[in-house]
Ligand binder design. Structure first.
Ligand SMILES: C[S@@+](CC[C@H](N)C(=O)[O-])C[C@H]1O[C@@H](n2cnc3c(N)ncnc32)[C@H](O)[C@@H]1O
Ligand SMILES: [Zn+2]
Length: 151
């Protein structure tokens, strides 16, 4: 990693649309970038994006906790282009109410950077709900949906 320079580039992804790809090998446990964006309350996010749970969700929302939602659609950065994978290369770490993308394993140059969105609906994750959020990550362990496993 070169200090001050992004360790990844954006490009077309086999998973979906645009994705982020490592420019060089990156070791496990490397902090790559902050998941930046304006900070909203859940009520503000619901009011601004009433359809976020509906048919074609494409917002850049990330809930930090019950009080703060980060909206990377405004004041966001390149972190918002990471796609979801059920066998991800990265994780999102919450530290002092900020979000950071970190690698969870060694990554080869050119590999796509992903994390597990673990999307959660307030309603039950029925088979129909899972089909509304299909996953195309291609991992052997793909669960077929971007929705999280509800316990
Ligand atoms: C934050 S964007 C990621 C960037 C996106 N690839 C793009 O070009 O806009 C999140 C959206 O990308 C799509 N996406 C990300 N990962 C996916 C996956 N594993 N399978 C299917 N769609 C995915 C979904 O539409 C999701 O709502
Ligand atoms: Zn998957």
């Amino acid at each position: 990693m070169v200090p001050g320079r992004l360790p990844f580039a954006l490009g077309p992804s086999p998973i979906h649309g645009r994705g982020a790809f490592a420019l060089a090998a990156i070791p496990a446990g490397t902090r790559l970038i902050e998941y930046a964006g304006r900070r909203l309350t859940p009520a503000q996010a619901d009011a601004l994006y009433p359809d976020a749970d509906a048919e074609a969700p494409h917002t850049f929302l990330f809930a930090i906790d019950d009080d703060i939602v980060v909206d990377a659609g405004v004041d966001g950065n390149e972190a918002r282009w990471l796609n979801h994978s059920c066998d991800p290369t990265c994780d999102v770490v919450i530290e002092d109410r900020r979000l950071w993308i970190e690698t969870v394993r060694d990554i080869a140059a050119g590999e796509e950077l992903t994390y597990d969105y673990q999307m959660t609906l307030e309603t039950r994750h029925t088979p129909a709900a899972k089909r509304r959020f299909p996953c195309r990550c291609g991992a052997a362990t793909c669960r077929g949906t971007m929705l999280a496993k509800k316990r």
